[in-house]
Each structure stands twice: as structure tokens, then as C-alpha cells.
Design a protein around this ligand. Structure first.
Ligand SMILES: Cc1cc2nc3c(=O)[nH]c(=O)nc-3n(C[C@H](O)[C@H](O)[C@H](O)COP(=O)(O)OP(=O)(O)OC[C@H]3O[C@@H](n4cnc5c(N)ncnc54)[C@H](O)[C@@H]3O)c2cc1C
Length: 332
């Protein structure tokens, strides 16, 4: 039979995703001689490719997000990872080897899978928001709050994420205005109390963002809001706008196959290779590991994602060794 695109290609370790989690998993898996294959997906480099300055990657005082990801890709390739420009459209985890079918028609059979498909911040969808992303508009206070120290900022949203981001930003900004489209927050009561008691916080109820205001020279200068019921406009000046209306984990591929929680985040913390509990990246299917933002609704940082990528590769290596040992014993 001639080989076609759909002829399954075997790999011991298939890594899905090319953000910090995927590339770090690739470096560790390659150095453990697993000859990993990494499928990049439609956003090669992941979320950091849509930001500008990154100032919290240890060892590099300041870099650009896209540059950091180019270096990670080069590192993964240099140690022997096969990096493939393709997108996984379906994944069958019902039996081993696991089967991944890609957009190009290529099919991979994998003894272990590391899922590092990340998450996407939810945005408002305003053209002006797009224009000022990275120039005053952000979806991550931990990442970008530092750039607004001593300035006034606005947070959009009313859930736990928005309230946590607003409280965090009060450590850096002179004033934080939280804008919410309703007259009550959805966030946990204890978080709400902390927010209401903070003298740096002002809350604007019943308003929606209509346009992010700014200039090419200054970046963001404020937000034009409209009243949720009357439509009456109102402008608030600020140097930064944090959109905090939630994140969507990219877990569609595994939604009926792996245990998920909190709106689709993959549950990890099973037992694999003698590593158990909260310190494991093992999912509900043995041989499938999840790392980075697809499993993390709390920290959502490049460095934590990379850390989980490392853990996933080490656990995949232990899992594959155990499988090989068991097969050898069975053959005796
Ligand atoms: C604007 C912005 C600025 C940020 N700034 C910082 C910062 O300064 N410092 C910091 O630490 N963090 C920052 N973050 C957060 C950081 O980017 C994320 O925590 C990190 O990128 C998560 O890494 P990850 O590898 O889990 O996933 P991601 O970076 O989300 O990458 C996911 C990867 O999976 C791939 N993928 C998805 N589905 C498929 C599929 N079906 N098949 C194949 N591949 C697939 C995508 O193509 C992508 O390559 C920022 C985030 C944003 C949005």
C-alpha cells in the first residue's frame, strides 16, 4: 500500500500546542529521548505572540512576547523535537495508541499525549479594543499591571476574575475603576467585600464599554461608556483598560473524553508514574497529561505553564517506561 497523508504515523509522545507549556514539554521529552512530535495549532507560539513586552520571564529582564516564543520553538527543535505546522481536529483517547487527526489529513498514533492547547481570553469585540491591545488594553493584570504603576486604570467585568484583577491592580495604580453592566457583582461575597473596602476603588454600575479612547502617541487615554438601560454616554479617563470577562480553555478536543471542571478546564492531579495528587499533570485517562492554561484557571502565566509542561513530559516518560516494563514482563 502506498503511504498517504492518512497513513498513521507513530510517535511515543505527541504534544498538542506550541505555547510555553507545549515547547517546555517538548524540550524535556526530547532530552528524555522520547523523540516527541509537537503540533503547533493555528496560533504558533500561543498567547504570548499577541502581546508586546514580557517582563516576568526569569532570566530575561525584558523581551517581546513573539521573540520569546521564537526562541522557545528554536530550543525545542534544537534538542530534537519534530515541530509540525498543523492543527489537531479530532483526538480519540478511547484506546492506546491514541489517535490524533490533523487539519492536513495527517493521522498520528501516540503512546502518550500531552495536551497543551491553552486558553483564550474573552474580549469585548470592539474595533478600538483590537487597536489598543498591547498599547493600554490588556486581559491580564498580573502580566501587565506593572506598566500602569502610578496611573489610573479601568477594569471591565463583574465576576471573580474582574474583582481579583481590580484588587491586584490597587497595589500598583493610583485609582481602579471597575465597570460592570449590571447593578450587582457575580463575584464571591468575600472578594466583593475586599473590593468595596478598598479606598482606591470606584465602581461604575449599569454601564457598558462603547469605545476604547486613545491616540497613536499616547495609547489608551480612557473609555467611553454607555448606560445599560438609557444608552446615555459617559467618558472616564485612564491609561490602561483591563478586560476581565473570563477565559475559554481550549478543551473542545477532549470535552467528552477527559474530566473537566470550571467551564471546561481539564482536571489534573491523578496518579501517574508514582507521582500523585496535586503535583501531577495526569488526567482522567492514563497516558494523557495536560499542562498550562488548558488546565489552570488560577495562575495563567507563561512560567507556570512552562513548569507544568516540564512536569507533563517527566510524567509521560515515567508512564512510557512503566508500559515498556510491563510489556517486557508479559513477554517473559
Ligand atoms: C495579551 C496577553 C499578555 C500576556 N502577558 C503575559 C506576560 O507578560 N507574562 C506571562 O507570564 N503571561 C502572560 N500572558 C499569559 C500567557 O500568555 C499564558 O499563560 C501562556 O501563554 C499559556 O501557555 P500555554 O502553553 O498553556 O498555552 P497558549 O499560550 O494559550 O498556547 C496554546 C497553544 O495550543 C495550540 N492549540 C490550541 N488548540 C489546538 C489544536 N486543536 N491543535 C493543535 N494545537 C492547538 C495553539 O495554537 C497554541 O499554540 C499573557 C496573555 C495574554 C493574552
Amino acid at each position: 500500500m502506498p503511504e498517504t497523508r492518512a497513513t498513521p504515523r507513530p510517535t511515543r509522545c505527541l504534544i498538542i500546542g506550541s505555547g510555553p507549556a507545549g515547547y517546555t514539554a517538548a524540550v524535556y521529552a526530547a532530552r528524555a529521548l522520547l523523540e516527541p512530535v509537537l503540533i503547533q495549532g493555528i496560533q504558533p507560539g500561543g498567547q504570548l505572540t499577541i502581546t508586546t513586552e514580557v517582563e516576568n520571564w526569569p532570566g530575561i529582564i525584558e523581551t517581546q512576547g513573539p521573540d520569546l516564543m521564537v526562541q522557545m520553538e528554536a530550543h525545542a527543535k534544537a534538542v530534537g523535537t519534530q515541530v509540525i505546522a498543523d492543527h489537531v481536529i479530532s483526538l480519540d483517547l478511547s484506546r492506546r495508541p491514541f489517535k490524533a487527526t490533523c487539519d492536513s489529513g495527517a493521522v498520528w498514533h501516540a503512546d502518550a499525549v500531552i495536551l497543551a492547547t491553552g486558553a483564550q481570553a474573552r474580549w469585548l469585540g470592539l474595533p478600538s479594543e483590537e487597536k489598543y491591545k498591547g498599547f493600554g488594553v490588556s486581559a491580564c493584570a498580573t502580566c501587565d499591571g506593572f506598566f500602569f504603576r502610578g496611573k489610573e486604570v479601568i477594569v471591565i467585568g463583574g465576576g471573580n476574575t474582574a474583582v481579583e484583577e481590580a484588587i491586584y491592580l490597587t497595589n500598583l495604580a493610583t485609582k481602579v475603576t471597575l465597570v460592570h453592566r449590571r447593578d450587582a457583582l457575580r463575584a464571591d461575597k468575600i472578594l466583593q467585600q475586599r473590593l468595596f473596602n478598598n479606598p482606591k476603588v470606584e465602581i461604575v454600575w449599569d454601564h457598558l464599554p462603547d469605545e476604547i479612547l486613545g491616540t497613536p502617541a499616547d495609547g489608551v487615554t480612557g473609555v467611553r461608556l454607555k448606560h445599560a438601560k438609557t444608552g446615555e454616554p459617559r467618558e472616564i479617563a485612564a491609561s490602561g483598560v483591563f478586560i476581565a470577562i473570563g477565559h475559554t480553555p481550549a478543551s473542545e478536543l477532549v470535552k467528552d473524553q477527559l474530566e473537566t471542571h470550571m467551564g471546561g478546564y481539564v482536571v489534573t492531579g491523578g496518579i501517574s508514574g508514582g507521582i500523585s495528587g496535586g503535583f501531577s499533570t495526569a488526567t482522567s485517562v492514563p497516558g494523557v497529561f495536560a499542562a498550562g492554561d488548558v488546565t489552570d484557571h488560577v495562575y495563567r502565566q507563561a512560567v507556570t505553564s512552562a513548569g507544568m509542561g516540564c512536569m507533563a513530559a517527566l510524567e509521560a516518560e515515567k508512564f512510557l517506561t512503566e508500559q515498556a516494563d510491563a510489556a517486557a514482563r508479559a513477554a517473559e
